[in-house]
Design a protein around this ligand. Structure first.
Ligand code: 6PG
Length: 248
């Protein structure tokens, strides 16, 4: 389902609402809520809103576990670090137990970091299915998501849940979750904003299925939901009628 919001603020509020209600439902039914967070700029405002009322009070922080969908192999104080962004915008402002915050630490070899993260995921989900209650993903203007870039081996990984990879042309290494992990989720929501994403969004949603070129097309939860929360300027090239209106 595709929901269009008039501004980044209403989009971010919509995602914060989705996060809060998914957390309330998961904690009520299974005693905990496991979420996989997205990097990039788009979710920043959502993280800030989650740290403010009414969400701060509403969310059962003591029963929440946060993981990341990908990380760049940089110092954890580096502004490029996805975990650093979430610490600044959210985690330093809410009462979450540190043992429930699971950043990808990639200070040694990226391969070692990837297998260590996979081990932590397998122990969190007691090894069989990595069924995140909520996965937040962004969409790059080349159609990538997490750090699954077009034409890379990471995109075709069928066994591991986490692997080391690199953005073509970037000098640093990255660690990313893989398609097999993402497609086990209970609910995936893509966050897309800005006029620069209009063309790639239409290509991903309405163009031919070419997932090697547009990795986001590979995200199809096996028995979970898939939502697209899109800010208006990013939705402007979509065919009318394929989306509903979020809160304006
Ligand atoms: C990252 C993200 C990446 C991001 C997209 C969109 O680490 O960069 O995981 O997949 O979500 O590139 O980024 P923006 O939200 O900044 O457009």
């Amino acid at each position: 389902m595709i929901k269009v919001f008039s501004t980044i603020e209403t989009l971010s509020t919509g995602i914060a609402e989705l996060f809060a209600s998914a957390a309330e439902q998961a904690v009520a039914s299974q005693g905990r809520f496991s979420a996989l967070l997205s990097g990039g700029e788009t979710p920043r405002r959502t993280y800030e809103l989650l740290a403010q009322e009414p969400f701060r009070q509403r969310i059962p922080w003591n029963s929440i576990h946060l993981f990341w969908g990908d990380e760049r192999c940089v110092a954890d104080t580096d502004p490029r670090s996805n975990a650093h962004v979430v610490r600044q915008t959210l985690l330093d402002r809410v009462p979450m137990p540190e043992r429930q915050i699971h950043p990808i630490t990639c200070d040694g070899s990226p391969q070692t970091a990837a297998s260590a993260y996979e081990t932590s995921l397998r122990s969190h989900f007691s090894d069989d299915k990595a069924r995140f209650d909520l996965v937040m993903l962004g969409l790059g203007d080349d159609g990538h998501t997490a750090s699954l870039f077009p034409g890379t081996a990471a995109l075709r990984e069928q066994h591991h849940w986490v692997i080391a990879t690199q953005k073509p042309g970037e000098d640093i290494m990255r660690v990313t979750v893989t398609i097999p992990l993402l497609n086990q989720a209970g609910l995936v929501v893509f966050l897309v904003a800005g006029p620069g994403k209009a063309s790639v969004l239409r290509r991903v949603l309405e163009g031919p299925l070419t997932p090697d070129l547009f990795p986001a097309q590979r995200v199809k939860p096996v028995d979970g939901g898939l939502l697209w929360y899109v800010e208006e300027s990013a939705a402007r090239l979509l065919s009318p009628g394929i989306h509903t209106r979020g809160k304006m």
